[in-house]
Design a binder for this molecule. Sequence first.
Ligand SMILES: *Cc1c(COP(=O)(O)O)cnc(C)c1O
Length: 366
Amino acid sequence: MSESVMVARHLFGPGPCNPYPEATVALGRPLLGHLDPVFIETMDRACEGLRQVWGTRNARTLPLSATGSGGMEAAFVNMVEPGDVVVVGVNGLFGERMCDLAERCGAEVVRVDFEWGQPVDPETITSAHPNPKIIAVVHAETSTGVRSDIKAIGERKGDALLLVDAVTSIGGIELLADEWGIDIGYAGTQKCLGVAPGLAPFTISDRAWERRVEKPRSWYLDLGMLGGYVGEASGKQRTYHHTAPVGMVVSLAAALERILDEGLDNVRARHQAAGDELQAGLEAMGLELFAAEGYRLPELTTVKVPDGVDSAKVRAYLLEKYNMEIGAGVKQFASTVWRIGLMGPNANPGSVKLVLGALKDAIENA
Ligand SMILES: *Cc1c(COP(=O)(O)O)cnc(C)c1O
């Protein structure tokens, strides 16, 4: 197919999802300068909207100019110095990535593994080391479709700072950064927030701010310098650090406005209902879900590929016949698990029926 042909895919994989129409329309607006007062006001609105979806009053809440992994990098590079003890819960790919980053920052990494498909156990992770600087956990493990109990971990964190990956939870399921004791959090725009990939919503508490690295090894992601640009500074006090990706921030602001207009509780209920219906439908087809019961994410469902079915063929068939993308499994589950995401505007009953019907056809006929 020629690249010049516009194809609208159903993006039912692990992200990006189809953006909210409001987010897409916003990308077509005339571009503003990055210090234009109108843009600065939009940035302020985006930061305020992000506080709502994070469930925080942190002054330093902002969209970093990076994808989710850039947010992860910002979190570690600003918080970890050589020799710092960092406990990392690993129950999937993104926990592993956290270990890699912590190591690169010179941390003494205490890696605590859990079976893929299971959550991070709060008791085990918080008793893995007597006095860590940081406990790092992924809230919604997109590689396995599992939710971990951040609230319970926050209650047991002691003096440690709690660092949380909320890339796939923000805008989809309950997230209460302040109430749960999240000190450092990063996310992404292309999962449940329903925006194209490119920004990393970030938040940091005062408690963590005091304990950050004074001069991190990264210039671009140095939160101390960014603080003059967004976050602490607002409106006219803002100074240049780097050119903000203006179009993306305008798009994010539009999506946040839409989400808050619908109501956060309603948006989360919509994700939950779609996930519940999808998971019930898959089981009714005789398929087996992968993630542990009780910890399944509604926005990202993992399901086992039935014996004798070629995972890749099914995905290729869906793409060709239905313009529908679903995800393969990760690592050792690459050919034995599918990942189906119903995020952002895709979390609706029509999408559930579409994906169930298409998958049944593909399993029988691919
Ligand atoms: C997608 C994802 C990331 C990485 O985000 P990118 O935008 O791909 O850099 C990190 N953590 C989790 C849980 C994710 O789902």
